[in-house]
Design a protein around this ligand. Structure first.
Ligand code: AMP
Ligand code: GLY
Length: 424
């Protein structure tokens, strides 16, 4: 019997997961809650309306697949799993992302390489620590802050300002009651994502993302302005090291702590250039966005089989995932002004251009207008234009050629021009 699915979330990641699941012979209807202008069968409730999600899933025989961290860290899996089949980690396992101090302590206890750190609940003690150290520092709000609660400091003044902003002015609310101060690491970042059932973890292909708003990694952090897969700096040996010494170790330790991790586990890694030393910067308890878009573009296996395997604890019986050898690139088209102030409600033109089979336009901040004829912008990150090609050069030109066919006004749209350049 074919399976109905309800995807929770509205971003490019969820559109990409839904697209891949729609290719499965085992999947029937796919609903999105709330979805976006590029998805169909959108439900009107929000990602934290657990009661409505549960009733709908029950009535329509859906497996629930959760995309973003917010419902996971608020316990959607705990709340639904008495009567619904849900894919993702529990609230307790999601602490790997929802509490930086939990994650740091977990890594320390389990010899998982990460930057040295201290956590503080008293801003004065935190400042004393800053005055008395010679290290370069990074200041992090303990809780969730939509990727913005991390300040990479160039000097003590930056660090002191960050403590004031997070702990005293409460820029991220209660997420800043506790901070983690850690040693600053240098190198290149890689996103390593695996799918686990609590015992086994199956790796995805590697990816890299672009966090800053402007070319050459300048300007403020964003949710991610583009991605590519695979990373060019992860050799086979390094891949196996990451899989064994970080990913498998994490899954084994979570299980040992009676807190098994099921779902996508994402390790944000810093790879030191000369020594190839690996450190974990952060865990996420979900797919990366926009890494997911590039990774899904390369997946040749049936994603549904692996999601089912994660839920039923049978990943060890499945073969490795088959991947295209061809690289993929995702370019995020955003509203000009994102991540600060920007307008929405612009009509997007060119979405019906002929793009070819090696291009997918994943929607994020888009919405259909009332008569269902136009697609309008509705958020900061609007589209993830994703392309695959025989090499990085071709994937990149495919992606940028597609981007040029889409527009909602020069004064309103923005994208980075350097996505994928470092892979060429
Ligand atoms: P996090 O949410 O902890 O991953 O931090 C967000 C971003 O801040 C990372 O992707 C890095 O670019 C940067 N970052 C975090 N921790 C460090 C660190 N210890 N050293 C250098 N950069 C870091
Ligand atoms: N692209 C980074 C993230 O999803 O957290």
């Amino acid at each position: 019997m074919k399976q109905n699915i309800l995807i929770v979330g509205s971003g490019g990641r969820e559109h990409a997961l839904g697209w891949k699941l729609s290719e499965s012979q085992s999947v029937s209807m796919i609903y999105y809650c709330p979805g976006n202008g590029g998805t169909i069968n959108n439900l009107s409730f929000s990602i934290t309306d657990f009661y409505d999600i549960k009733s709908f899933a029950k009535k329509n025989n859906c497996i629930v697949v959760v995309g973003p961290e917010e419902p996971l860290t608020k316990g959607i899996v705990n709340e639904l799993s008495d009567s619904i089949t849900v894919f993702g980690p529990t609230r307790e396992a999601a602490q790997l992302e929802s509490s930086k101090s939990f994650a740091k302590q977990f890594m320390k206890e389990n010899n998982i390489p990460t930057a040295d750190y201290n956590s503080f609940s008293d801003p004065e003690k935190a400042k004393d620590y800053v005055y008395n150290t010679h290290k370069s520092l990074v200041i992090k709000a303990d809780g969730l802050a939509a990727g913005k609660g991390v300040v990479v400091c160039d000097n003590k003044e930056d660090a002191l300002n960050a403590i004031d902003s997070i702990m005293i002015r409460k820029s991220f609310g209660n997420s800043g009651n506790v901070i983690v101060i850690e040693e600053r690491l240098f190198g290149e970042e890689v996103s390593f994502i695996g799918l686990s059932d609590g015992n086994t973890i199956i790796p995805m292909v590697t990816a890299q993302d672009y966090k800053r708003i402007y070319d050459s990694d300048k300007g403020p952090n964003t949710g991610g302005m583009g991605s590519f897969s695979p990373s060019r700096i992860v050799s086979t040996d390094l891949f196996n090291d990451i899989l064994n010494k970080i990913m498998k170790k994490t899954i084994t330790a979570m299980k040992k702590n009676s807190n098994p991790f099921r779902g996508f586990l994402y390790a944000g890694l810093m790879i030191e250039k000369d020594t190839q030393k690996i450190h974990v910067l952060e865990y996420n308890v979900r797919m990366g966005d926009p890494e997911c878009q590039s990774i899904m573009m390369r997946m040749n296996s049936d994603l549904f089989d692996y999601i089912k395997g994660s839920i039923s604890g049978t990943l060890d019986t499945l073969p490795p995932i088959r991947w295209s050898e061809n690289p993929a690139i995702c370019i995020v088209m955003a509203e000009k002004g994102y991540p600060l102030n920007y307008k929405t409600g612009n009509v997007i033109h060119g979405l019906n251009s002929s793009f070819g089979h090696n291009i997918k336009i994943f929607h994020a901040g888009t919405i259909r207008d009332n008569d269902n004829k136009k697609i309008l912008t509705s958020g900061g990150r609007v589209l993830g234009v994703t392309a695959i090609g025989r090499d990085f050069y071709k994937a990149r030109s495919n992606a940028y050629d597609a981007v040029k066919k889409i527009y909602w006004g020069k004064a309103n749209q923005y994208y980075r021009k350097d996505i994928g350049l470092k892979a060429i």
